[in-house]
Design a protein around this ligand. Structure first.
Ligand code: FE2
Ligand code: FE2
Length: 155
């Protein structure tokens, strides 16, 4: 059976964690780092938008114990930092510090989704809804993956 929404999203979280580590592993090689960061940035943006178009769209305001809008605000904060890192040339000393900020925020965001939001969603959604949202997420992700992000990645 195809992955449900939570299985699909958690797999993409694992990919994002690997892509974040790949940026760190580039060390001081600027060309490698640019490429690794572009891969991470595209994956993060497509993931966040697809998540909003599927899971958040359905859960927003439905769970009495959880405020999903906080997670969406974090997507915006992540996007801001990606724009800062990818949209213009920062002084070399600023880039690692700003990337550390992004990494800290993303790690916390993924952990909060997995440990706090998704357990609520597991109870709130029916098995059919989880499968349907998984399909919706994959379709939205494919659509987001096909978009040109050169506006924010002018490294
Ligand atoms: Fe998210
Ligand atoms: Fe997520």
């Amino acid at each position: 059976m195809a992955d449900d929404i939570f299985q699909a999203v958690i797999k993409d979280h694992a990919t994002i964690r690997v892509l974040m580590k790949a940026v760190d592993d580039c060390g001081k090689d600027a060309d490698l780092r640019r490429e690794a960061f572009a891969n991470l940035a595209k994956a993060l943006i497509a993931h966040a938008k697809a998540e909003e178009r599927s899971l958040y769209d359905t859960m927003l305001g439905e769970s009495p114990s959880h405020d999903e809008s906080l997670h969406i605000a974090e997507h915006d904060a992540i996007s801001e930092l990606i724009h800062t890192l990818g949209g213009k040339r920062e002084a070399p000393t600023d880039w690692p510090a700003t990337f550390l900020q992004l990494k800290t925020l993303v790690k916390r965001h993924l952990d909060e989704e997995e440990n706090e939001l998704f357990p609520v969603g597991q109870h709130l959604l029916t098995a059919d809804q989880k499968i349907r949202l998984g399909e919706l997420y994959r379709a939205a992700k494919a659509d987001e993956d096909s978009k040109d992000r050169s506006d924010i990645l002018v490294l």
